[in-house]
Design a protein around this ligand. Sequence first.
Ligand SMILES: O=P(O)(O)O[C@H]1O[C@H](CO)[C@@H](O)[C@H]1O
Ligand SMILES: Nc1nc2[nH]cnc2c(=O)[nH]1
Length: 311
Amino acid sequence: MVDWVVFDDLMKDYTMLDDIPVTSLPRHDDYQRTADWLLSHTKQRPLVGIICGSGLGLLADTLKAQDSFPYAEIPGFPQSTVQGHAGRLVFGELKGRSCVCMQGRFHMYEGHSLCKTTFPVRVFKLLGVETLIVTNAAGSLADGYQPGDIMIIKDHINFPGLSGLSPLNGPNDDKFGPRFPAMSNVYDKDLRCLAMDIVKQMGLSQFVHEGVYAMVGGPNFETVSEAKLLHRLGVDAVGMSTAPEVLVASHCGLRVFGLSLITNKVVRSYDGQDQVNHEAVLEVSKMRSHSLQLLITQLVGRMDMNNNTHF
Ligand SMILES: O=P(O)(O)O[C@H]1O[C@H](CO)[C@@H](O)[C@H]1O
Ligand SMILES: Nc1nc2[nH]cnc2c(=O)[nH]1
C-alpha cells in the first residue's frame, strides 16, 4: 500500500522531476487495492463521480440508498484537513443513477503532493465511473458576476501546471492514459449545453454564466495586483483546486463537467474595504448550494450514460 507519510516527506526534498523517487509514486496496484476494498463494501456500481467543493458537501446528503465511508477507514485514502470538507466518500443514487461523491477534497496547500490530491480520481475510474463532476468555491474577476452566482466551467488556466507542477509528473502509467494528453476540449461540450438547457428550465439564467476558472496554489487569497493580472488574462473565477483533478480525470478517459459557486468578488482596487476570508466563502457556499444541488441532480438524471466518447 502507498505510504503517504514517507512519500510526502520525500517530496518535500525533491523539486526537480529527475529527483522524484519513482518507487514512492502510487502504482496501479495501489489504486486498484482501494477500488477493490470499496467495491467489496458497497453494492453501488457508480457511473458518475462527484467532487464537492468548500461548503458544497450537502449534495452528498441528498443521495438515496447511501453507503458512506470516512476517508480514515478507506485503505490508501488521503485525509482532508480543511474546514468545510467533511472527509467522507458517499455512494448512492441521484435520480436512480448510481453515483459516488467526495464530501471533501484535497488541496496542494494542505501539503499534499498533487498525485495524492488526485488519488481518488483514478480510484473512481477503477470503480467504473465514466463522468466526473467537479465543483468548487471560487472568487470572481468577471465584471458581471455576483456572489451566489454559478459558473459552468468552460476551460481552465492551471497556474501550478504551467510552472511544472502536475499530478501527471513522473513515469506515465499507460494503463491510465497517454504520456501527452490533449486538454483542448476537456470540459465536455454536450454536458455544458445540457446544463445550460436545465438552467433555462429552472429559471436561473440570470445567475448562471459560462467562464474560465484559474487555479492558483493558495492558501493566500490574491493581492490586488495578482487580481488585476488574472482579470487581464481573461480569468472569470479563481480558486485553489480542480485543475489537477480534471487533468487526471481527462488523462484516464473520464468525461468532465465542472461548476464554480462564486462566493466572493476578488478585490481589484486598493480603495475597497472588503477582505475575503474562508468563513465568508463557506457561508455563501452553504447559502447558495441548494441551486447547485438541483442543477447537478437534474444533470445526472438527464445525461447520457455508457456513452462516453472518451473511451
Ligand atoms: O476549491 P474548493 O475546495 O471549493 O475551495 C476553495 O475555497 C477555499 C478558500 O476559501 C480554497 O480551498 C479554495 O480552493
Ligand atoms: N484563490 C482564491 N480562491 C478562492 N476560493 C474562494 N474564493 C476565492 C478567492 O477569492 N481566491
